[in-house]
Design a protein around this ligand. Structure first.
Ligand SMILES: Cc1cc2nc3c(=O)[nH]c(=O)nc-3n(C[C@H](O)[C@H](O)[C@H](O)COP(=O)(O)OP(=O)(O)OC[C@H]3O[C@@H](n4cnc5c(N)ncnc54)[C@H](O)[C@@H]3O)c2cc1C
Length: 456
């Protein structure tokens, strides 16, 4: 057996593992850091939907080191860790062992499939969206030969995949289980706009019904469609289950690391487990909502990377008093030519989640000025605001590509506890070819609308 030692061992090199190793190296240049990762090649997970259509075209175009540090003197090996002796600080992989001083679990997440459908995963033509090059290639090759595709799940992953397949002429049906698509991230008024673009692109949406069975009517182990709760059967050659992810914590559980809600590894605000020499980052952790502080199932590469930066800089002592005080559900997606983005709580759920009374400030403006400037399009900003403190609890934006960054600004406003009064007097850069007008900047105007509501 080969033996080696290091100061910091990171298990997993997805967005969280790679970023954690890099920041740990920057914070501790003299420490030896080793990253063990299961696969030689990996896909940028967020790019997976785009390999099925014309956007990326091939699985190879979605490949990238994804956060793996280049030229940073970090040792990265392809190895699956099978066991860990926590007391003696030794991890085992293949025929080797490696001792460590500090350990980081960054083992990510795996597809979640409801137990009633799990037995159908063996049927030919049934797929999940695993973050695995071989399995994604298998789905791409299989679907190339087929025409009728059902996507189960109307979250952003299901919708992005459906749109890509529709774009290459497949008959796509999404079964969502909710009246509108993207219902966790958007209020129904915004979700309806997204849904219209999706259905106009030819994707059929079955909202208020759900899949109860995957059908193999000939008994030949090849899928033929799905059966819905209403009894309706929808035919298909390919069924894709985009029904969420669960923390990959089998190894952590086996070696006695405490788990929290939804099976994630329990961590404190600095991403430390109960054992202060062991950290966990990314989708494998138990998360809580930033505002509600309630258990959260949100899994995002962006917030995983934020956790990884906190852990990486805290590994040999807390360097910055900036922990993770909860996950902000923050994401954006492009549907057709329109960007939809959301951060924090939605108005439909804010009262329930935060138990505060909230108000809404919204404004429909434009992204250039004056309106005759080339590239002008509508920009709609909706802010969800605490009536009593004026703090921004959530925001949703629709518009052009710049919305992908506007939502990040809103995320920061939420995270730093800023009120609509701060947003109203925010100093911004405006320029005719680049932004809305200084007099009518949509984000600021939405804050003003909220203030008007608060003061009425
Ligand atoms: C199709 C799709 C689209 C997405 N789009 C977005 C998006 O647009 N924006 C966004 O923010 N998020 C998006 N996400 C979510 C995002 O991909 C995840 O939140 C992110 O991958 C989590 O990163 P992670 O490093 O924690 O885990 P993972 O990416 O799951 O990586 C964990 C790694 O650990 C390795 N590993 C596990 N066990 C072991 C072991 N025992 N030994 C060695 N290695 C091990 C795994 O092989 C894997 O490489 C998307 C996810 C999917 C699936």
């Amino acid at each position: 057996m080969q033996k080696e030692s290091c100061d910091i061992l990171v298990i997993g090199a997805g967005p969280a593992g790679g970023v954690c190793a890099s920041i740990a190296k920057i914070s501790n240049p003299d420490k030896k850091i080793v990253v063990l990762r299961e696969h030689e090649q990996q896909l940028v997970p967020c790019s997976i939907p785009y390999v099925f259509g014309n956007t990326l075209g091939t699985v190879e175009n979605g490949l990238a080191p994804c956060g793996l540090p280049a030229n940073m003197d970090i040792d990265s090996k392809v190895a699956t860790v099978s066991d860990i002796d926590i007391k003696n600080k030794v991890a085992y992989y293949n025929d080797s062992e490696i001792s460590f001083d500090k350990l980081v679990f960054a083992t990510g997440s795996i597809p979640f499939v409801h137990e009633s459908l799990q037995h159908s995963l063996d049927l030919e033509g049934v797929f999940t969206i695993a973050k695995n090059v071989e399995l994604i290639k298998k789905l791409k090759d299989y679907s190339n030969e087929k025409q009728n595709i059902i996507v189960v799940g109307s979250g952003f992953i299901g919708i992005e995949i459906a749109m890509e397949f529709a774009g290459v002429g497949k008959n796509v049906t999404v079964v969502g289980g909710s009246e509108f698509i993207l219902n966790r991230a958007f209020d129904s008024d915004i979700a309806q706009e997204a849904q219209k673009i999706v259905t106009d692109a030819g994707v059929k949406y079955i909202g208020s019904d759900r899949v109860v069975e995957i059908v193999d009517k000939n008994g030949d182990n090849i899928v033929n469609g799905v059966k819905l709760k209403s009894g309706r059967v929808v035919d298909a050659d390919v069924v894709i289950l985009a029904t969420g992810y669960k923390p990959n914590t089998q190894l952590a559980d086996k070696v006695g690391i405490s788990l929290g809600h939804y099976g994630g590894i329990w961590v404190d605000d600095y991403m430390r487990t109960e054992n202060l020499d062991i950290f966990a980052v990314g989708d494998c952790t138990a998360r809580r909502g930033f505002i509600s502080k309630a258990p959260s199932k949100v899994m995002l590469a962006s917030t995983s990377a934020a956790e990884a930066r906190v852990a990486g800089s805290s590994i040999y002592g807390i360097k910055y008093l900036k922990g993770m005080s909860g996950t902000i559900s923050i994401f954006s997606t492009k549907i057709g030519d329109t960007v939809f983005a959301s951060a924090g709580v939605t108005a439909d759920k804010a009262e329930v989640k935060t138990n505060t009374t909230m108000i809404i400030g919204s404004f429909k403006g434009i992204n250039r000025h004056p309106a005759k400037m080339p590239g002008t399009r509508e920009q709609y900003v909706k802010l969800i605001v605490s009536r009593y403190s004026g703090q921004v609890l959530g925001g949703q934006v629709i518009g052009g590509d710049e919305v992908g960054e506007i939502i990040n600004l809103i995320g920061h406003i939420i995270e730093s506890g800023k009120s609509v009064y701060s947003v109203m007097s925010m100093q911004v850069a405006t320029q005719p070819m680049l932004t809305g007008a200084p007099t009518n900047y949509p984000l600021i105007m939405a804050a003003i609308m909220a203030i008007k509501e608060m003061e009425s």
